[in-house]
Ligand binder design. Structure first.
Ligand code: TYD
Length: 411
């Protein structure tokens, strides 16, 4: 199906101002979760991946918006439960929500509920997932989690109130940064939320992205790269407060934000503390981003050197993990199956397909029980410790891992 599916915005997603400056250009990339088969290669499309900073409210964001239908269509490849440490993270998250906010009979609604990775731990309350990808929603339903196949908006909020009542807790994890019209999401959240309710969301955190050079977390699905300052401004416009923030280790460094209706919760000192940390790190200052492009280019140069040198010497290089961000990294470096012979991934849905853009075959990690490549490029670097331990055998047999982020290392 061919359709024009990108729009270019000229104003900031939060403050609507026009004063935006480009801070990073990564070139043209296909959508990172569109794993494909050989027959679909000719139809693959690429869109620009440029990051902008708003001089007024300081939100870091993409302005090229690829349509959600193209990004999250029918068969979506990302299943949260494919990463065991992430499942443990959501188990802890559920326990935090339970202890702080929930009582018997309360309704919890999860926007972008994926395969039910969070709600599966809250099934003793009323739970409702909202997930636009049919195949992912099916996996949640198989776990007994009621799941609507839909994009969340204010009219869906009205529908849910009619069928389920108001929600005590609404969550939106690794999805609130993925939505172009965030105003509409907050409007919907405000409608659906009980007066003393809590809107909790997690998103990768700009401070980690900049400090750890996590340029590969830039991809079309990630429209916003949040820091606390512009978020406070966003919620204030909707008469809501951010009352607590917490840094999390997931996805290379994330932020969990708790928001409620104005005055409903006392504001914790964490909000001011993180705001100050951002200020001290220069996140509200355009100058801070001036050298980022060069730093990213030097990571690419180093990776190219290591991989191409091995290849010249006839050594086998493979990739480990086929996360979305891996595709930004592979395409930015221009790697193909000539450089990286194959990539292992635990997601059954990705196995047997090719990575978008670089067209490298994805295979089951079982292959490493018998094969010993010389170098393994760790694309799922956010699970470094877990994976290095899990793959102790192949390392003992002589394979070495290339860790790309925050600096190229061979271990
Ligand atoms: P994830 O880090 O959640 O990232 P992104 O948001 O960039 O897509 O994705 C991790 C990917 O790595 C996922 O496809 C599952 C895979 N994976 C493995 O193959 N082996 C592992 O041990 C782990 C933890 C993940």
């Amino acid at each position: 199906m061919e359709h024009m599916s990108v729009i270019h915005k000229t104003t900031c997603r939060i403050c609507k101002g026009p004063d935006l400056v480009k801070i990073l250009a990564l070139g043209d990339h296909p959508p990172v979760d569109n794993f494909l088969s050989e027959k679909d290669i000719a139809r693959e499309k690429r869109y620009p991946l440029d990051v902008f900073f708003c001089r007024a409210c300081n939100l870091v964001q993409l302005l090229d918006v690829v349509s959600p239908e193209e990004l999250f269509h029918g068969d979506y490849a990302y299943f949260s439960s494919a990463s065991e440490p992430l499942v443990r993270h959501f188990e802890q998250y559920a326990s935090d929500l339970r202890q702080r906010f929930l009582s018997d009979g309360d309704l919890v609604v999860d926007i972008g509920s994926n395969d039910g990775v969070l709600l599966q731990f809250l099934k003793d309350y009323q739970v409702l997932g909202i997930e636009p990808s049919e195949n992912v929603a099916r996996a949640a339903r198989e776990k007994g989690i009621e799941t609507l196949v839909a994009f969340f908006n204010s009219s869906l909020a009205d529908t849910i109130i009619a069928s389920h009542g108001k929600a005590k807790v609404i969550t939106a994890n690794n999805v609130f940064a993925h939505i172009d019209d965030i105003d509409e999401i907050i409007r919907g959240v405000r409608i659906l939320l009980a007066d003393d309710g809590v809107y909790a969301f997690e998103a990768h955190y700009l401070l980690d992205l900049i400090q750890k050079k996590e340029f590969d977390t830039v991809y079309h699905e990630h429209l916003c790269y949040y820091s606390v300052k512009p978020l406070i401004e966003l919620f204030r416009r909707f008469e809501m407060d951010i009352f607590d923030v917490e840094r999390q280790e997931t996805h290379g460094g994330s932020i969990r934000v708790y928001a409620g209706k104005k005055g409903a919760h006392s504001i914790e000192p964490s909000v001011q503390t993180l705001l100050q940390l951002e200020k001290d790190a220069g996140l509200h200052d355009e100058q801070t981003f001036a050298g980022f492009q060069k730093e990213v280019e030097s990571i690419r140069a180093k990776l190219l050197e290591v991989v191409r040198e091995a290849r010249t010497e006839g050594k086998k290089v493979i990739g480990y993990g086929a996360p979305a961000k891996g595709n930004t990294l592979l395409n930015y470096c221009g790697f193909t199956a000539d450089d990286i012979a194959y990539i292992t991934d635990t997601t059954p849905h990705k196995i047997g397909l090719l990575t978008p853009g670089s067209h490298i075959p994805v295979v089951s990690p079982d292959i490493l029980k018998t094969e010993t490549p010389t170098l393994i490029l760790l694309l799922a670097w956010n699970y470094k410790d877990y994976i290095l331990e899990k793959e102790a055998d192949v390392r003992k047999r002589g394979a070495r891992f290339i860790i790309p982020i925050p600096r190229v290392e061979i271990v």
